[in-house]
Ligand binder design. Sequence first.
Ligand code: ATP
Length: 512
Amino acid sequence: MSEDVFKKIVSHCKEYGFVFQSSEIYDGLSAVYDYGQMGVELKNNIKKYWWDSMVLLHENVVGIDSAIFMHPTIWKASGHVDAFNDPLIDNKDSKKRYRADVLIEEYMAKIDEKINKEVEKAAKRFGESFDEAMFRQTNPRVLENVQKRDEVHARFAKALNDNNLEELRQIIIDCEIVDPISGTRNWTDVRQFNLMFATEMGSTADGATKVYLRPETAQGIFVNFLNVQKTGRMKIPFGIAQIGKAFRNEIVARQFIFRMREFEQMEMQFFVRPGEELEWFAKWKDIRMKWHKALGFGDKKYRFHDHDKLAHYANAATDVEFEMPFGFKEVEGIHSRTDFDLSSHEEYSGKKLQYFDPELNKSYTPYVIETSIGVDRMFLSVMSAAYCEEELEGGESRVVLKLPAALAPIKLAVLPLVKKDGLPEKAREIIDNLKFDFKCQYDEKDSIGKRYRRQDAIGTPYCVTVDHQSLEDNTVTIRYRDTMEQERVAIDKLADIIADKVSMKNLLKTTL
Ligand code: ATP
């Protein structure tokens, strides 16, 4: 996959009503997007897949929906006021702003790419007898690049951990990283930039209070920990899940819905006994990876990436990365957040946030494992994996979204062969029967071939064509999106055929 494919996916999203630039008629608002008629269905299905996997499949996980506005001291306690910063650097020639850490990460990714290309080339040259491990250990060019990468990596990790902004700049200088636009190395100093949006609550005459738009949904869970535990009589270990909007004033907001200023998160905080957190961290890593892989896009598209710099609250952290068209990128973070947040809220609020453990006969502040995934990034990963251009027989081609059927916006299109002779009425009758269970679409415009292409492009797994024979024997032609095969089936069998494949239940079963 390449940047080129990525551009095609972006325009496909627009053309078929998945994602629009926000405020487009006013030339848009940077890094803010709207979901269209197809996008909202896909997004809702992704959210349902996550929600059900958390809240239905785990007896000890419950949901909440907390407000976006919260008491401003919460963000002091959570560390966001003081430490939710990105290191930014400007190029004096292009006047463009970059994240210093991202520039260095991309530089290291390029070295990795070089190494992989070297390995691929050799694999082709040597064929079956190729011993990849041996090649990686002995090839001088590979070794040289690995050494180069490791050196940069070690300096980078140390600079991040020491919060050493001069050293970050020095790495950029030493690696001769150039601005992709101006092509120069004329860099400013590195500065810290806080990512939270602030606004005012109450009228200014009374002395309005500065409040923040939440940069993560997690804090709404922490401050409700005791409310849920007490009213739900929850016993540790237990989790609280939430889906909601988050806001970050991202410095570099490129790459479509990958990095937005307003986005949506699906987060779950799992409260455990102190000392048991790393065991639960491993368990949740496993559960979450299975959830991703169950979509069937191929296991090779996923990997874990452990953090170089642990956030101020974490004692273990990893990302689930997905192979986007522009490389492996974080889709989900899994963090062992210790008791940092609850303890800090105890300190700042003066309220106890402890749990009495009847088995241990003592009270403690629980430790927390967090799983945090961006709905929009998940959406982009699903779109990227599903987007497919196929050459067909006879020189034709088609664009098809090979979406998992349970996530597809439309499950079934019903197409009368012609717009007369009672076929539209028969088609409507089918929809009227099935619309309680599946999102259906009726389409009578253009040739059947064109209608199939339109449904392929939005990922509809089933198309049903109603023809004259349907009126006589109550059968229709069902066409399968991926294979394009068609078969004649009885109308009263349709519900069963479709239900099996589009069922969220069946998808959820494969995550276990
Ligand atoms: P990044 O390093 O890419 O900025 P992060 O590590 O700051 O991401 P987290 O704070 O761990 O991200 O947030 C959890 C999840 O929320 C991420 O894995 C991602 O899916 C999503 N997310 C974070 N920031 C954005 C954003 N600006 N736009 C869309 N999704 C985001």
